[in-house]
Design a protein around this ligand. Sequence first.
Ligand SMILES: [Zn+2]
Length: 468
Amino acid sequence: MTGRLSAHPYTRALAALVVTLSAAAGDAQTKIAPDPNRYSLQQDVELGQEAAGEARRQLPMLDDDRVDDYVENVGAHLVSAIPAELRHAGFRYTFDVINQKEINAFALPGGPMFLNRGMMEAARTEAQMAGVMAHEIAHVALRHGTAQATKGQKFQIGAVAGQILGAIVGGAAGTAISQGSQFGLGAYFLKYGREYERQADLLGAQMMARAGYDPREMANMFKIIQAEGGRSGPEWLSSHPNPANRSDMIAKEAALLRVQGDANTGQFASIQSRLRGMSPAYTAEQIAKGQARRRPVGTSGRTVVNVDPPSSRLRTYTPTEFLRVSIPANWEQLDAGDALTYAPDGGFIEANGQTAFTHGVQIGIAQGGSGDLRRDTQQLLQTFTRGNPDLRAAGGTRRDTIGGRAGLTTPLRNVSEVTGQPEYVTLSTTQLGDGRVLYLIGVAPENEARTYESAFRRVRQSLQIADR
Ligand SMILES: [Zn+2]
């Protein structure tokens, strides 16, 4: 991934209201103008491809030719209805079906879309399924993921700082993150605000009408999603929160639109019965526990797989506009919810229904700093240790250089919930221009601490932060 660091990417004021009603005669539909975006089209494509690769590795793909062909057919038809001004060079819309039970779908920057089998089974008509797809395509065409990152929302992860370390070092929080997490980069780009939901509904409705589907079926599908969400609420709604009066808003827009022809393929019923004849789809929980994974990760039981030592070669990532970091080349960016996580193969292991990191680093940002790094670091340490009774300081906090600026590093000791073995943990912190604290956590088994500490140090020194 390439990209230039740029100054002040997240201190910009929020963009002005971007949806305006058109007064032009004969063109009644709501006009939607994309928000400012500091990312290049090529960066959208690269970010999306990277996350899509991760999704295909980590989630159980259905891989059924007939179902895939069908979804691609519907998707391609909707893509042809994207307005000319929102067709971006290099974007490629692809459609994969995940063999997962819960009603969900997501699309990544640049075009890769993933639909859960549960979504296809819950829809009552092709147009309802197409409604969710049109909504997702609209997010991609409007570049909502990177527009949101441009506003700096991407890195507001301080609220879960306590969980993050918990996830690395195991314990109850580790389970929470394995169940609640998306994967890799995707997590940053999949949660939208209500205004973007409104835009995606409106543009999605317009595309549906142009493609030949009744846009009101999108609103009907949202009602199904809401009703079938289950106890904790549907996952789809947690990343696509309901804008005000969603159904009314879609119905009003639909009244302004003329449905052009009939796009219905007539295949929906037979595709549904094909799906229903298959063995049951995996649940999110099974997937989180690794029971559905196609690629084995780690091992089971209280043992640790052999993990290759950190490569001396580094690979550079630019996970966000203001951050660049070099990581040992044999580490990968991983499935870990709301923080950037890099770990070697086998360093992310699942055992006894728990997920934990045993080797690697995680980078995050804590909100609400006091401006005093030492004090903020102590507070962060308290947050972490509160949820992890085995975690304690293993030496004093010392001055360090993090990304070329003044920082602090504290060595810690923990007992891995997964392996039962002592664990070496370091917490490094530095202040950002706006007072927030950027932190970097390194984790390794204690008997490998020396090897890993030198890797952690190289990662800390490699950081480039362009926040001022
Ligand atoms: Zn949405």
